[in-house]
Write a protein that binds this ligand. Sequence first.
Ligand code: SAH
Ligand code: SF4
Length: 363
Amino acid sequence: MPVVTNLLDFDLSGLTDLLATMGEKPFRAKQLFRWIHHAGAGDFGQMSDLSRGLREKLARSCAVVPPRLVAESRSEDGTRKWLLEVSPGNRVETVFIPEEGRGTLCISSQVGCALECRFCSTGRQGFNRNLTVAEIVGQLWWANQALGRDPEGDRLISNVVMMGMGEPLLNFEHVVTALRIMLDDHAYGLSRRRVTVSTSGIVPAIDRLGRECPVALAVSLHAPTDPLRDLLVPINRKYPLAQLVAACERYVVCAPRDFITIEYVLLDGVNDEPAHARQLVEVLKPVSCKVNLIPFNPFPESGFQRSSPHAVQRFRDVLIQAGLIATTRKTRGDDIDAACGQLAGQVEDKTKRTHRRLGGSYV
Ligand code: SAH
Ligand code: SF4
């Protein structure tokens, strides 16, 4: 079977190079790119301003191939979740969260995650592979088709957060190419301030993102001391808090917003005491940031409980009294397991983590 080139894999400069190999001028690449991402066309027959010759040439060796839809769920609160198959046995989840004045798409970057944060359902599932550019951007392409447009003819997705399955900064190249497509005015034209990469703290990649494609940054902190963070977010053993905080300081200088979002999942009796909040205030002193407190979203056998509303309020008050901006994230879509940390998809685990946990004899 001839190899088909998936055009969702290319940003505009990549598409320009590809078309050059077919003897086509750069403006043709721009037209094609607009058809694919701006108009959402997947069929070359629709691309009326391309010559018939070019359309036939493209149809012989290229296609627009988004991930395959397996299932869709809708929450009572309007949140929608799509389960997309990226290869046999491997499925990722994408979530759309409608809010007053904006619509946010939460995108996955990997099949599973290799980092094993203790409170995260994705981390529990193990890791299979990085998503390709087409599989990352294909989630946005797909969701735009599924959602259609509002009565004014505008798209419903105004914001993208890389907060689905996986650690985006461990799939750096593909994520950055996908971000460039999201930001490109000929494609989705999203503002850098409205595209957020969330990371558990891959310090060198935070610096690289600042240099190569600064977008809004969220850092999943979850603990104010190294011993506790080592337990909850094991990548902390490699990049401890002091290094992470220093990377945040450096990032703010090139970031499109003048602050970083700090994410903090509140786990009952684990990291939600006022003393933790006071320690967090100290840790965050050097960084211009806003803290987003996330009530823990339970999943089977997590071993953690959500903090009580009283504990959340108490924690938040300490931060606010110290002059920090702190908000509590509204839980959305938990009736369809679409809330933060509940995404699980389907992962053919290559790390054998699930086997180990279930008492298998893996050595
Ligand atoms: N790997 C990246 C992005 C995906 S996780 C990261 O860790 O930042 C997106 C967010 O959901 C992170 O802040 C993560 O810590 C949080 N999260 C994970 N499990 C959760 C759970 N069970 N309840 C609430 N939030 C969770
Ligand atoms: Fe991976 Fe993020 Fe989950 Fe940690 S919280 S296991 S980094 S997806």
